[in-house]
Ligand binder design. Structure first.
Ligand code: C2E
Ligand code: MG
Ligand code: MG
Ligand code: MG
Length: 285
């Protein structure tokens, strides 16, 4: 069993088994049914200050509540959801859930929502984001949308306009899995974005490889120069965290801090953090 599997309700599934069990056609049909029945749930993983350990936001991560297989990871179905177009209703639902969840959290952490290229390009996407924020009365500054380099590969005027429109609302844009897209860095000169999320393949070995360190350090410096924020994904060990501190990477996310949490556990997570931070201040005074 994977590390922490006993505790994490989210980590019960076994990718290899699923790949064998779910044939593609079956997967499509089952996913269609799941969309009709809304058999999904959203887990939220804390994003923290690397120096302070304080939570600044949460990434919304969808799971499929499969009737017999239990919780299925998005890695198992997002591709098929993209191909079939089911990603549009799934993504809209996740966005709505995430915005509603953020309105209930104590304090003002942001919620970071993954948006697939197809969902982003769907007509009315920006308008839908605006409507959802308004309906839930959530400040747009508390929403981050995570897109991938793939969306920026084609020089698409409409994508550029939509990104600009979202940022004019106050929504921030993050590039997810930064460094894995094989794309030219030239888009960074013009594309309206706010945050780079360093892919976990770089973070995972940062403490053991001088080359990886140089890459992560380079990305952090690049981001600084461009006035972008940085989040290192997939921080699993204290050694990784210490190195990211040395590099002065501002934000991080990973199993070291927390696995993705059940929505019901967020309130407790934030209150516990606030209370222990209060205790630290009290101890200093
Ligand atoms: P991502 O956006 O890069 O999300 C981070 C993934 O890394 C999550 O996997 C998270 O559980 C996992 N992770 C977090 N910390 C660690 C760590 O320390 N080590 C390791 N090895 N992994 C860590 P998850 O939840 O299985 O999601 C996989 C991918 O599915 C996401 O990658 C994202 O691309 C996609 N996804 C998830 N939810 C959505 C969604 O609502 N819409 C869309 N379009 N895609 C989604
Ligand atoms: Mg993401
Ligand atoms: Mg990522
Ligand atoms: Mg990913």
């Amino acid at each position: 069993l994977a590390k922490g599997a006993g505790k994490g309700r989210w980590r019960r599934y076994q990718p290899a088994v699923h790949a064998a069990v779910l044939q593609r056609i079956e997967l499509r049909a089952a996913l269609e049914q799941a969309v009709a029945d809304l058999d999904f749930t959203v887990a939220y993983q804390p994003i923290v200050g690397v120096e302070s350990d304080a939570t600044v936001g949460f990434e919304a991560l969808v799971r499929w509540r499969h009737p017999t297989l239990g919780l299925v990871s998005p890695d198992e179905f997002i591709d098929v959801a993209e191909e079939t177009g089911l990603i549009e209703p799934i993504g809209d639902w996740v966005l709505q859930q995430a915005i509603a969840a953020a309105t209930r959290w104590p304090g003002t952490p942001y919620v970071s929502v993954n948006v697939s290229a197809r969902q982003f390009r769907a007509p009315g996407f920006v308008e839908n984001v605006r409507k959802e924020l308004l309906a839930a009365n959530l400040a747009p500054t508390r929403l981050v949308l995570e897109i991938t380099e793939r969306l920026l590969l084609r020089d698409d005027e409409q994508v550029w306009l939509d990104l600009t429109g979202l940022r004019e609302l106050g929504v921030r844009i993050a590039i997810d899995d930064f460094g894995t897209g094989f794309s030219s860095l030239s888009y960074l000169q013009q594309v309206p974005i706010d945050i780079l999320k360093i892919d976990k393949s770089f973070t995972a070995t940062v403490a053991s490889s001088a080359r990886q360190q140089a890459i992560v350090d380079g990305i952090v410096r690049l981001a600084q120069t461009l006035s972008l924020d940085v989040v290192a994904e997939g921080i699993e060990t204290a050694a990784d965290r210490d190195l990211l501190r040395d590099i002065r990477c501002p934000y991080g996310q990973g199993y070291l801090y927390s696995h993705p949490l059940d929505p019901d556990d967020i309130d407790g997570w934030l209150r516990f953090e606030r209370d222990t931070a209060g205790a630290e201040v009290a101890a200093i005074n």
